[in-house]
Design a protein around this ligand. Sequence first.
Ligand code: ADP
Length: 238
Amino acid sequence: MRLLKVEELRKSFGGLRAVDGLSFEVAEGEVMGLLGPNGSGKTTAMNLISGALHADSGSIRLESDELMGLSAYKIARLGVARTFQLVRVLGGMTCVENVQAGMAYRKDHKFGAAAHTEALELLALVGLSKFADTPAVDLTYIDQKRLELARALALKPRLLLLDEWLAGLNPTELQEGIKLIRNLRAQGLTVILVEHVMEAVRALCDRCVVMLAGAKLAEGKTEEVLAQEEVITAYLGA
Ligand code: ADP
């Protein structure tokens, strides 16, 4: 079943067409890679889907809900969660408080002990149990990334947008990260993965969309797309 349908999405910054007529679909339960060289419009596309930016035109449907024009808050409440390329955690708050903050957007917002227990479970899921009461600012960069994921999951999202979440990990951490995302998919989560780490793309993505200059250059099964000559050229030319 289709979860997300993006049609003819456009966003310009002044004269620059960052996203220029982008269309794609994401099926429920799949991990879709959104690829492309630097500057091709991937992060802008994520910002448009999550409502951090408003598109100039087009349509973004999450099942029967039109997301165009909705605030980031409303889109989160409809079940779209994200992590950021540059990690954003609430530095002064502890890890468990950060995750509880992520629950605030949820329709079945939990409070008190129930929220605390669930936040601890999410911290365990991303491997941060021992840092529950540590201020987020004291975590390493990689652990802040883990925390950001736990906070995104606290929304109980239907669609998770991961923007270069696996970048900068060492080989062991990368394998752990891949395993974690596989685990989330096994639980039925749908994911759009913006990623440059090809090992992760190959290991995780059923399908990929490749962007170039704001538009779709290629789309299809991961191995087939990555073997296409125009895709290889786009990456080498970046
Ligand atoms: P990617 O994520 O694929 O690297 P981006 O979506 O970040 O690409 O950027 C696409 C293009 O839009 C780039 O040329 C970038 O410089 C430009 N861009 C992105 N955000 C802004 C902004 N807020 N203001 C002006 N230009 C922007």
